[in-house]
Write a protein that binds this ligand. Structure first.
Ligand code: SAM
Length: 289
C-alpha cells in the first residue's frame, strides 16, 4: 500500500468497503492525522526490543506505526466487527497479535509471558474516553508494571492528572497518579484529528515509571482515604473535610495536627503538596490509630 492506514483517504475507503458504523458507546474516534500519530510514537520513545500493548486498535492506524518500530505489538480490541478489518489492514505486519477482548478483562501478564526476552513494556493507546481512568489505574497498579504509558485522553483529564498544588485542576486524581508515575503532557490534540470528531479536545499524556519513587507512603489505604476525603468538598477547609473523615469530636486533635505541620488553620486541600499529604497521613496514623 502506498498510503498509511491513517491517511484520511485510505481510512474512508476501508470504512466504506466494510460498511463500518461507529459506535459512540465504545468511544470510537479514529485518528486520521499523521502528525498526531508521530507525536504519540515520539512520546513513546520506542526501542526495537520494546513490547507494546495497544488498547483499542480500531482499524489499525496507530498499530501500524508501532509495528514498524518494535519487536512485538499486542493490540486488544473489544469490537468484533473490527477483526476482519484488522486482519486485512495489519496483514503486512507479522509482529502484531490482535486480541478480541475487553481490556479490563484481559490477562496481560500471561500474554506477555508468551514473548520471553523482550525489552521494556510500554502501553500506547488512543483510549476509549468513557473508561479512561479504570483502564489507566488497571495498567499502572496491575501486574504488568509498564515502564511507560502514552495515552491519548480528554484534555481536561490529562490536565487533572498532571496538575501541581494550587492549580484549579489539582486534586485526588493528580495525587494518586503522581505518587506512582512521573506525568507529562506531550501534545494537545484538536478534535479535527479524528473521525468522527469527539466533543472535546484531547491530549497525549505520558506516564513514566519512577526509577526511584520520590514518595514513601507507609499507609497507602489511609493515604488514599485522606486524599479523597480532603478534596470531597473542595471549597471547604482541610480541617472541615478531616472532621468529616475522623468525626467532629476529633476537631481539637485535627486543629492541633494541622498547626503541627506548619499549615494555616484554614488551609484547603488544593494547597497541600504530595509530601504534605504524606506527612498528614503519618500524623493521622499516629493520632487516630
Ligand atoms: N486506535 C484507533 C485509532 O487511534 O484510530 C482507535 C481509537 S478509538 C478512540 C478507541 C478504540 O477502543 C475503539 O476501537 C474501541 O472499539 C476500542 N474499545 C472500546 N472499549 C474497549 C475495551 N473495553 N477494551 C478494548 N478496546 C476497547
Amino acid at each position: 500500500h502506498a498510503l498509511d492506514i491513517a491517511d484520511p483517504i485510505r481510512t474512508q475507503a476501508i470504512l466504506r468497503r466494510y460498511g463500518f458504523q461507529f459506535k459512540k458507546s465504545l468511544g470510537q474516534n479514529f485518528l486520521t492525522n499523521q502528525r498526531v500519530l508521530s507525536e504519540i510514537v515520539d512520546a513513546a520513545d520506542l526501542q526495537p526490543t520494546d513490547i507494546v500493548v495497544e488498547i483499542g486498535p480500531g482499524i489499525g492506524s496507530l498499530t501500524e506505526q508501532l509495528a514498524r518500530r518494535v519487536q512485538q505489538v499486542i493490540a486488544v480490541e473489544i469490537d468484533s466487527r473490527l477483526m476482519p478489518i484488522l486482519d486485512e489492514t495489519l496483514a503486512p505486519y507479522d509482529n502484531v497479535q490482535v486480541i478480541n477482548q475487553d481490556i479490563l478483562k484481559t490477562d496481560l501478564k500471561t500474554l506477555l509471558a508468551s514473548y520471553p526476552g523482550h525489552g521494556a513494556v510500554k502501553v500506547v493507546a488512543n483510549l476509549p474516553y468513557y473508561i479512561t481512568t479504570p483502564i489507566m489505574f488497571n495498567l499502572i497498579q496491575g501486574e504488568i508494571q509498564p515502564d511507560r504509558l502514552v495515552l491519548m485522553m480528554q484534555k481536561e483529564v490529562a490536565q487533572r492528572i498532571t496538575s501541581k498544588p494550587k492549580s484549579k485542576h489539582y486534586g485526588s486524581l493528580s495525587i494518586s497518579v503522581q505518587t506512582l508515575m512521573a506525568t507529562n503532557i506531550a501534545a494537545i490534540v484538536p478534535k479535527t484529528a479524528f473521525v468522527p470528531q469527539p466533543n472535546v479536545d484531547s491530549a497525549v499524556l505520558v506516564l513514566q515509571r519512577y526509577t526511584e519513587s520520590p514518595y514513601r507512603i507507609s499507609e497507602p489505604e489511609l493515604f488514599e482515604k485522606i486524599v479523597t476525603g480532603s478534596f470531597q468538598q473542595r471549597r471547604k477547609s482541610l480541617q472541615n473535610n478531616l472532621c468529616h473523615i475522623f468525626g467532629k469530636n476529633q476537631r481539637d486533635q485535627i486543629v492541633d495536627l494541622i498547626s503541627s505541620l506548619d499549615l494555616p488553620a484554614q488551609v484547603r486541600a488544593e494547597q497541600l503538596s504530595i509530601d504534605q499529604f504524606i506527612a498528614l497521613t503519618d500524623q493521622c496514623a499516629e493520632r487516630f490509630a
